[in-house]
Ligand binder design. Structure first.
Ligand code: 3AM
Length: 189
């Protein structure tokens, strides 16, 4: 049934202090951008789209089993730099970079992809490009991406240890999406 579909994605949470710091920088961005709510800032590993509860059960089972069989240790992530998607033409997203990209993050994304395929979802064709979406450009607004980049300091934002990943639900609302964790998978200390 259509009504049991939920928009889901796999994500890694960001340290609270770092989110607050980033939120302060996002607050000065012009109206042409819609900042992501501070509490919603995250790093997406895999977007699953509108999936059924059955598909979700397969994804959860796959991830749980995968982490039991082949445990992954917590790893550090560092946020640094910023950029635009797409990098040429009218920008849609202002992001903060992950640099260096931890091997653990790549491995988690790989497992998130494995879970999608196990659930029968179409494989992701685009390469994984880890980032933190800070703000989205409002549609129909003319804005100079380079000028907006100059408003966001090109700095190191901080480092934190990733100890879990979360299967998130996303509810689209006029005031912006509401993200809620459906299931949290712990990495092995
Ligand atoms: O915040 P980021 O960019 O990391 O862009 C959406 C967001 O990722 C992405 O999934 C995350 C949670 O909504 N997303 C939304 N629709 C998507 C789609 N059709 C998508 N990613 C790929 N394809």
């Amino acid at each position: 049934a259509l009504e049991d579909r939920r928009r889901c994605f796999l994500a890694v949470a960001i340290d609270e202090k770092i989110k607050e710091e980033i939120g302060r920088a996002a607050a000065v961005l012009p109206r042409a951008l819609r900042p992501v709510a501070v509490e919603s800032l995250h790093v997406t590993l895999r977007f699953y789209g509108e999936i059924t509860s059955r598909e979700r059960a397969v994804i959860e089972g796959y991830l749980g089993e995968s982490l039991r069989r082949d445990p992954l240790s917590p790893f550090f992530l560092r946020l640094r730099g910023r950029g635009l998607f797409p990098s040429r033409g009218a920008p849609r997203v202002l992001w903060i970079g992950l640099s260096p990209v931890a091997d653990g993050l790549i491995e988690l994304a790989r497992r998130g992809e494995g879970a999608a395929v196990a659930a029968g979802l179409p494989p992701e064709r685009r390469p994984f490009s880890p980032h933190l979406t800070l703000a989205r450009f409002r549609e129909g607004q003319k804005s100079d991406g380079q000028e907006i980049l100059s408003l966001l300091p090109d700095r190191f934002w901080g480092e934190w240890a990733v100890k879990s990943l979360s299967l998130m639900s996303s509810t689209l609302r006029p005031q912006g999406p509401l993200y809620r964790p459906l299931r949290v998978f712990d990495l092995k200390e």
